[in-house]
Design a protein around this ligand. Structure first.
Ligand code: NAD
Ligand code: IPM
Ligand code: MN
Length: 353
């Protein structure tokens, strides 16, 4: 198999976790006889520094012409006061590629369940997926205005935007435990009233799937009280952003959760849910797992390499079970040591075959 992957390492710990991803892709390629053509492109803060904009046209074209895109993270204090920040490049890329469906699996690894700030018995059976709408809502709706005395953001959703993301969630639920939890604020917001109405209409076409609705404030509480009740969670852009960072602590660390973003056609993008972590950038402390799980999602979804994706996950499990952990999980392994162990584990599996 041959595939072209555009690598947007970005800023902060982005380059560190991207280096880890590339090493793992390299060993998977060698082991299974695939050629991954990896192309780097400037994106985010580094692209502002070198090209004067966070999403240069050449980067967008590289993404459009690839089979999949891997992204580290963007942003950092250096660019926080600019009118056009690195984050604007990320939103622009999601919009330009039509990546409306952001899939964020939340899985508690048995080897690290005791490291969650929640009690082990609360987190041990957790296995759910947040389906976050990614190209609409308050992130993108107009008007967006700002004067020194007044600031406006607008939250608009169309029936079409809600329908396609909710359908995506129902289709996913069919492959899982057949339950969809739709999260909104329908007791206050008009966009949420439409969201709930459409979710019910879509749900009527899926009689095999249980649909429940939760208000977002109660959902935030339920995520801590009994997270194992969730299977597929579907929600709008901003709620999904906030709830998925909350959910990362069920798993034990923000450094664990991967994501995949899909459009109706064209390449998908894979990225950790975390940011550029300026507080630990350059220190070889970043947990590479969110990135490596993003790689396994890419192998499975964009390249249909199920065995290879399973192999990456199995290697990660073995390294965790052997006791290697980065600092966010109260361990002492560096990013490079953890990666090296995963690479050795992958190579070792090969020797045993
Ligand atoms: P963050 O996710 O970067 O970091 C939050 C905390 O989690 C920090 O203490 C950090 O050290 C820790 N952390 C995050 N990832 C980790 C990892 N892999 N291993 C170990 N610890 C990890 O959030 P923030 O500090 O609020 O944001 C920093 C910058 O990142 C901002 O500019 C923000 O806009 C940007 N950001 C980018 C993305 C993205 O590129 N997709 C996502 C979120 C935030
Ligand atoms: C994420 C990030 C982004 C978002 C920011 C950096 C624009 O927090 O990918 O979760 O809010 O979507
Ligand atoms: Mn976020």
């Amino acid at each position: 198999m041959e595939g072209k992957i555009t690598c947007l390492q970005g800023d902060g710990i982005g380059p560190e976790v991207m280096a880890s991803a590339k090493q793992v892709l390299c060993v998977i390629g060698e082991k299974y006889g695939h050629t991954f053509h990896l192309h780097d492109a400037d994106f985010g803060g580094i692209a502002i520094d070198t090209h004067g904009e966070p999403l240069p046209e050449a980067t967008l074209q590289a993404c459009l012409s690839s089979d999949a895109i891997l992204l580290g993270a963007v942003g950092g204090p250096k660019w926080d006061t600019l009118a056009v920040r690195p984050e604007a490049g990320l939103l622009g890329l999601r919009k330009a590629l039509g990546l409306f469906a952001n899939i964020r699996p939340v899985y508690v690894h048995p080897a690290v369940a005791h490291l969650s700030p929640l009690k082990e018995e609360i987190v041990q059976d957790v296995d759910f997926v947040v389906v976050r709408e990614l190209t609409g809502g308050i992130y993108f709706s107009e008007p967006k205005e700002r004067t020194s005395e007044h600031a406006t953001d607008t939250l608009t959703y169309t029936r079409e935007e809600i329908t396609r993301i909710v359908q995506h969630a129902f289709e996913l639920a069919r492959t899982r435990r057949k339950k969809v939890t739709s999260i909104d604020k329908a007791n206050v917001m008009e966009s949420s009233k439409l969201w709930r109405e459409v979710a019910n209409e879509v749900g009527a076409n899926y009689p095999d799937i249980v649909l429940e609705h939760l208000l977002v404030d109660a959902a935030a509480m339920e995520l801590i009280r009994r997270p194992s009740r969730f299977d597929v969670v579907v929600t709008e852009n901003l709620f999904g952003d906030i709830l998925s960072d909350e959910a990362s602590m069920i798993a034990g660390s923000l450094g664990l959760l991967p994501s995949a973003s899909h459009s109706l056609e064209g390449p998908s993008l894979y990225e950790p849910i975390h940011g550029s972590a300026p507080d630990i950038a350059g220190e070889n402390k970043a947990n590479p797992l969110a990135m490596l799980y993003s790689v396994s999602m890419m192998l499975r979804h964009s390249f249909l390499l199920e065995e290879e994706a399973n192999d990456v996950e199995r290697a990660i499990s073995a390294v965790l079970a052997a006791g290697y952990r980065t600092g966010d999980l109260r361990g002492e392994a560096t990013t490079t040591l953890f990666t090296e162990k995963v690479v050795q584990e992958l190579a070792g599996v090969k020797e045993g075959v």
